[in-house]
Ligand binder design. Structure first.
Ligand SMILES: [Zn+2]
Length: 333
């Protein structure tokens, strides 16, 4: 696993690259606007001259620096107003020549706050997403909605049903894609994808995770096994505190294959309950895949855990049906 320090360094150097791209973009925009409108070019020159003559004046007569800067401010504000109009006149957005950055809070520096300097939410998110992409999300690049291939699911009617497995998985995919596109980190709405192995649950969960990531939210994806392992280490003072904090604080927590984790006395049930309950109280969503059905969940865990996983006001339960397509695909080959 990548260390948090390395990942932080990577994220900061990516931000530095972003700032360089911002500057290049600003320059390209300026050239484009000046080429398009002589009036914009004239105003930009005027603003530039004014700025430097003001600076020179202030250096030459430090006693008048305050007055100079006040009158310069006024003149620049007047030019800016004319610039906005000139930009609109040549069909460009009024804010076309404003500074460019991805994050308005930190202007792509990664830090906010004066005098206490602290990491911006965008930096924290970048670090978290990198950490878990390098660990648990290896599949995410491949497992996304664009790569979802429903043709591997049989097109014959499902046992005892009218529709085919392919039609069923298509509806699941549509539902999951709608969920990811509409994902609201403050809504606390989650998904429970349940059913036997090889029905496409994990693939769809990864598609959801990838789309929510693309939309700029923090996502942690990990297997139930790893989740319990992290909680165990934390509980026994072997570290892992940051990982536990990530699981609690990320916008979306995706737990794969719940039910396959070891049942450690004094660890598994209390850890699961803690995470589910903390996230629920904070109105944060979870997406879970499991081979267990509703009854199994009540049997395997306790009522409080099972109830949180299946609570209809917070969780959409999707029972997957059909035949194992991994086995099916292998037979075809
Ligand atoms: Zn930021």
């Amino acid at each position: 696993m990548h260390s948090r320090e390395n990942v932080m360094r990577e994220a900061l150097s990516e931000m530095e690259a972003q700032r360089a791209r911002n500057i290049a973009e600003e320059k390209a925009r300026r050239e484009h606007a000046e080429g398009k409108s002589p009036e914009v070019a004239r105003l930009m020159r005027k603003r530039h001259q004014l700025f430097f003559s003001g600076m020179r004046g202030a250096f030459a007569a430090p006693g008048r620096a305050k007055d100079i800067s006040a009158s310069m401010k006024e003149e620049i504000a007047a030019i800016n107003l004319q610039l906005r109009r000139a930009l609109a006149d040549c069909g460009l957005p009024e804010d076309y020549l404003q500074p460019v950055y991805r994050c308005a809070a930190c202007r792509d520096t990664g830090y906010v706050g004066e005098p206490v300097h602290e990491p911006c939410a965008c930096l924290k998110r970048a670090v978290m997403n990198r950490l878990y992409q390098s660990e648990g999300l290896q599949g995410l690049e491949r497992e996304n909605f664009a790569a979802f291939d429903e043709s591997i699911f049989p097109d014959t009617p499902l046992e005892g049903r009218k529709g085919s497995q392919r039609a069923f998985i298509r509806r699941c995919r549509e539902f999951c894609e709608g969920y990811a596109d509409g994902f609201d980190p403050a809504a606390g709405q989650g998904l429970l994808l349940c059913g036997r192995s090889g029905l496409g649950k994990t693939f769809l969960m990864n598609c959801v995770a990838q789309r929510v990531l693309e939309r700029g939210y923090s996502v942690v994806v990990l297997s139930a096994y790893k989740l319990i392992e992290a909680m165990r280490r934390y509980q026994f003072g072997e570290g892992g505190m940051e990982q536990v904090q990530d699981m609690l604080s990320c916008d979306l927590l995706c737990i794969d294959d719940l039910g396959s984790e070891p049942m450690l006395r004094g660890v598994t049930l209390s850890s699961l309950y803690h995470i589910l309950n903390e996230r629920r109280n904070a109105n944060k969503a979870i997406v879970v895949t499991t081979n267990c059905d509703g009854d199994d969940l009540y049997e395997k865990y306790d009522d409080r855990i099972a109830a949180r996983l299946t609570d209809p006001s917070r969780m959409k339960v999707i029972p997957f049906v059909g035949v194992d397509v991994r086995r099916f695909a292998a037979k075809e080959l």
